[in-house]
Design a protein around this ligand. Structure first.
Ligand SMILES: NC(=O)c1ccc[n+]([C@@H]2O[C@H](COP(=O)([O-])OP(=O)(O)OC[C@H]3O[C@@H](n4cnc5c(N)ncnc54)[C@H](OP(=O)(O)O)[C@@H]3O)[C@@H](O)[C@H]2O)c1
Length: 300
């Protein structure tokens, strides 16, 4: 018997020029019709633009990966942070509700205060300690206030080939200088954008469950562990690494930080595993894959 062929979905992706949005857009285009909105095409800080761009557009699923992500900038630009990270989310979710479209919104581990010492699950209280974290938490509340069928996906320490992040900066440093350093007293889990795309794929159609969902690679580390491991991978991939050691910095010494950062924000992925039957691979496996297959070939 021939299986029933699935109709291609129309998926709108906001923030399609960003690190995660670009990876999602590319991944889902293999199976679905993707309509990408980058910042130049749609400024979600403008209610008028949101209506103009989305109201006439037809789609089955919308993924909002657009956000004001600079934690220190948000700290001194609260009105803008709330407009983009919370008010816009309500408006986008309301448009989705009128179209009967699934709304998947990307959120953050920074909704937590970092006081725990074991992984945060979706039921844990969100108590942000920065304007960024607060604006993102309000975005989740707005999203789920419109419909509990919507999905708020929290990720942490996002890395991937579409836009440089911490890992690319420390690798660059290790190639150019004999010394690299990173914060050794802040803990989370790196999240590979290509893994997020595959882990979220079932939620586009097959899994209709809404609410909060934690998605990240498994395990936990400090920024220093993360950097040190990435540098080891670069060396193993044959890149001419100069730095022999990664020095340890303390968060308290980071004078350039304007906003407070939570110390511990490892996300538990048990709910994801329960719903999908899949446990994300470890952060080490994901980093190794990224360095060997994306970073090294581009630098050789
Ligand atoms: N990066 C992390 O480590 C991390 C950690 C936890 C959660 N997250 C969440 O993950 C999501 C994706 O972030 P990312 O890592 O992909 O960062 P990103 O590359 O900064 O992506 C955010 C995108 O939003 C766009 N954007 C900013 N303001 C906008 C506006 N007013 N209208 C429309 N687009 C706007 C940015 O465009 P421009 O750059 O052109 O302005 C960028 O393309 C965000 O919701 C973020 O809060 C990220």
């Amino acid at each position: 018997m021939v299986g029933k062929a699935h109709r291609r979905l129309k998926i709108a992706i906001l923030g399609s020029g960003g690190r995660l949005g670009a990876a999602l857009a590319r991944a889902y285009a293999d199976e679905h019709e993707v309509i990408g909105f980058d910042h130049a095409k749609l400024d979600i800080g403008s209610a008028g633009q949101i209506d103009q761009a989305l109201a006439p557009c037809s789609f089955d699923v919308l993924i909002n990966s657009a956000a004001l992500t600079n934690v220190d900038y948000c700290e001194t630009h609260e009105e803008e942070a709330v407009r983009i990270n919370a008010d816009a989310v309500r408006q986008i979710a309301e448009i989705c509700a009128r179209k009967n479209a699934r709304c998947i919104h990307i959120s953050t581990d920074y909704v937590f205060d970092g006081e725990k010492t074991s992984p945060y699950c979706e039921k844990d209280d969100a108590k942000p300690i920065s304007v960024y974290g607060e604006s993102k938490r309000r975005g989740e509340i707005e999203l789920l206030g419109v419909s509990e069928k919507n999905l708020a996906v929290r990720v942490s320490w996002v890395f991937g080939p579409d836009r440089p992040s911490f890992i690319d900066a420390i690798l660059k440093r290790a190639l150019e200088s004999d010394h690299a350093e990173a914060i050794g007293d802040k803990f989370s889990a790196p999240t590979y954008t290509l893994d997020v795309a595959e882990l979220l794929r079932p939620f586009l159609r097959d899994i209709s469950e809404g609410g909060l969902l934690h998605v990240c690679n498994t395990g936990e580390c400090t920024w220093r562990d993360y950097g040190r491991f990435a540098i080891d991978c670069a060396r193993a991939a044959g890149l001419p690494v100069r730095a022999q050691k990664v020095g340890s910095l303390k968060m308290a010494e980071m004078k350039a930080f304007v906003a407070k950062r939570p110390v511990y924000t490892v996300l538990a992925t048990d709910k994801l595993a329960r719903l999908t039957g899949k446990t994300p691979r470890s952060w080490q496996n994901a980093v190794e894959d990224y360095v060997a297959n994306k970073v090294a070939p581009a630098l050789r």
